[in-house]
Ligand binder design. Structure first.
Ligand code: ATP
Length: 265
């Protein structure tokens, strides 16, 4: 058994429908150290969300295992929290209540009412949403909703934070702003993160490692790129950094040369 904090071992996944079986993932192996920020990138439909959903415990692997902190994943649990592209806030609850529901579930027994209240406020303050506690999701912007979703996920103190294109639905400026926020929070909390993205700059800017997936069917991990850029990272300074641009080009080459050739071969 691997000694990594999170270990995806020999994972295969196929879906069967109407007597037809399609092999989506083929022998996925990934070792993630505690505190690492991992991005998964790959062409649409290759199986990125399937990998994340298996780690989340929302899907079972056809074979293989996911081991988190020494324990095999066998279903969803509060030690893994998910943030989706489109926020999944409950529209009839306020910002505060949306976080409260998660906090009560995880810490209902271990923290007192006032401790939970302080914890909810702390997490919403961390994403700069402390001013909108009584607003409902319909009354705040898309970026603000994603902030609340991130606060809710962080408030659960998961062992691993799973982000499925968390900034994908946002305009470029809001996206940049939120990426910076996530980097700041990451520097403070050292979460273990797996993030799916389609955005090469986002992957290089945020990650310690970028996992590049081959095209499906039977997608596998094609390459893993270690991003050795000092933190804190500044997007403007990095735009002219040769190392940053080398990483960027390596990902682009993988996606648009290596995987394109394979797709058209
Ligand atoms: N529940 C399911 N039943 C059958 N097929 C599925 C199911 N979930 C996913 N698939 C198929 O598995 C493949 C991978 O899907 P997945 O959503 O993991 O890809 P992805 O890389 O996350 O795509 P995108 O980048 O477009 O979100 C696709 O061909 C998809 O149609």
């Amino acid at each position: 058994m691997s000694k990594s904090y999170l270990s995806i071992e020999k994972v295969f996944k196929s879906f069967s429908r109407g007597g037809v079986t399609s092999q989506v993932l083929s022998d996925i192996n990934l070792q993630v150290e505690r505190g690492q920020y991992i991005s998964i990138i790959g062409h649409s439909g290759c199986g990125k969300s399937t990998v994340l959903n298996i780690v989340a415990g929302l899907l079972d692997a056809s074979s293989g295992v996911v081991i988190l902190d020494g324990k095999e994943v066998s279903g969803p649990g509060p030690d893994r929290s998910l943030v989706f592209q489109n926020h999944s806030l409950l529209p009839w609850l306020t910002v505060y209540e949306n976080v409260q529901i998660a906090v009560d579930k995880v810490f209902g027994r271990s923290k007192s009412r006032s401790e939970r209240d302080a914890w909810i406020r702390h997490n919403l303050n961390m994403v700069h949403m402390g001013h909108a506690l009584d607003k409902r999701p319909g009354e705040i912007s898309g970026g603000m909703k994603q902030r609340v979703g991130i606060a809710r996920a962080l408030a659960m103190q998961p062992k691993v934070l799973l982000l499925d294109e968390p900034f994908g639905a946002l305009d470029a400026l809001t996206r940049a702003h939120l990426q910076d926020e996530v980097m700041r929070i990451q520097a403070e909390l050292h979460n273990t993160v797996i993030m799916i993205t389609h955005d090469v700059d986002e992957a290089v800017l945020l990650s310690d490692r970028i996992v590049m997936m081959t095209n499906g069917p039977s997608a596998a991990i094609g390459e893993i790129l270690d991003i050795d850029l000092p933190r804190p990272r500044d997007r403007i300074a990095l735009a002219e950094d040769p190392k940053y641009n080398q990483y960027r080009q390596a990902v682009l080459r993988f996606l648009y040369e290596k995987q394109r050739k394979k797709a058209t071969a």
